[in-house]
Design a binder for this molecule. Sequence first.
Ligand code: PLP
Length: 396
Amino acid sequence: MRYDFSDKISTLKPSAIREIFKVLENPDIISFAGGNPDPETFPSREMSIIAKRLFDENAAASLQYGITEGYMPLRTLTAERLKEKYSVGTEDDSLIITSGGQQAIDLMTKVMVNEGDVVLCENPSFIGALNAFRSFNARLVGVRSDDGGMDLDALEHTLKTTKNVKFIYVIPTFQNPSGRTLSLSRRKALLSLSSKYGVMILEDNPYFELRYSGEYVPPIKSLDTEGLVLYAGSYSKILSPGMRVGFALGPKPVIDKMVVAKQVSDVHTNQFFCMLVAEYLKTCDLDGHIEEIRSLYRQKRDLMLSEIDRLFDPRVRRTSPDGGLFLWCELPEGADGLKLCGMLSEKKVAAVPGSAFMVDENAPCPALRLNFSMPSAAQIKKGVALMSEAIHEYLK
Ligand SMILES: Cc1ncc(COP(=O)(O)O)c(C=O)c1O
C-alpha cells in the first residue's frame, strides 16, 4: 500500500527533541536536552490524597464526559487567580481549558491561519509552536532577538513589509529556548505595534512564575485594554506536565471559535485531571509550592552558570536567564551546533542544537540549548566538565 499523506503533514519532521528523548532512555547519558520538570517538584502526596477523595466521593463526575470549555470550577479558579495575582483578563475575555499550553497554540492557529498566512515569531523560538504553525502551512517569519527579547525595530519593519500577518507569537518571559525576558518597555511597544498594525499577539507564558532573580515583569496581557492578546498558560511547569492541563484566555469571539475547534479535536480536556487541579487549587497552597520549585531550580541554575563560567572556553557566549528551565550558549560565528552535539553524544552528554529552534532549521547555527531543571547537581558538574572538553576539542 502506498500511503498518500496530506501536504500539511508531509513537510513536518519529527521534533528533534522528541527524537532525542529516545536516546535518553540510556541511563548513562547526562542530559541537558529535555525540558522536563524535576519529578521532585510534583506534589505527588497531595495529589494522591485528592485523587482518592475524587474517586471515593465523585467517581461519576470524574469518569463522565465534560464540556468543551473545560471543568467549570477549574475555569473559574484559573481566571480568578490570573486576575487577582497578575491583573490578567478583562470582562471582554473568556477562558478555555486546553490539553496543555501546546493545544492553546494549536487551536489559536487553527482558528486564525489560512494556508500561506504569516506568523511572526522570535528566532529562535519554541519548537512545539513552530511545528504547530507549520502543520497549518503558515509561513513563518522570524524576527531578530537580542538579550532584551524581540527587536521591535525589526518587528515594525517586518510588519510594514509583510502581507497577511495573522499574529505575532512571543514567549516573553524566560523564553524557550533562550531563557531571555522581554523588558516592560518592549512589552508596551509590542502592544502599540499590535494595535497600530491590527495584528494580534499570541503570548505564550508557561514559565513566568518560575523566577529566580531579577524583578517581576507583568504579562503583556495585563497591559492589554483592546483585546489584542490571546494568552496561553499551563499547569505543566508548576504542577505536572503529564496531566496535560493548560488554558487560553483571550477575547471572547476568539475563545468561542477555539471551543468549536476543540470539539472536533479532543472534545474536552481530561475531566479527572481538571477536577484534580481544581481541588488542588482549592485545598492546597499553590503559591507556596511554586516557591519551593523556585528554590530548587535557583540552586540548579546558579550551579550551571557558575560551572559554565569556570570551565567553558571564554569565546562561548551564554544567556543569563532570570527564571525558566533553559539557557542558550553560542559558539563563535561559523561554528556548527549540530556537529558539537554529535561530539557531545560521544561523551554521553545530550544537548539540543540551536538549529532545531530556528525558523529555517537548515541554516547553520552555532548555538545549543541547555536545560538545568532535570539534571542533578552531580550531573550538572560532570556534564558541564564533559561539555567543556568537547568545546575545547571542537574549537581547537
Ligand atoms: C514555550 C512553551 N510553550 C508551551 C509549551 C507547552 O507545554 P504544555 O503543553 O505541557 O503546557 C512548552 C513546553 O515545553 C513551552 O516550552
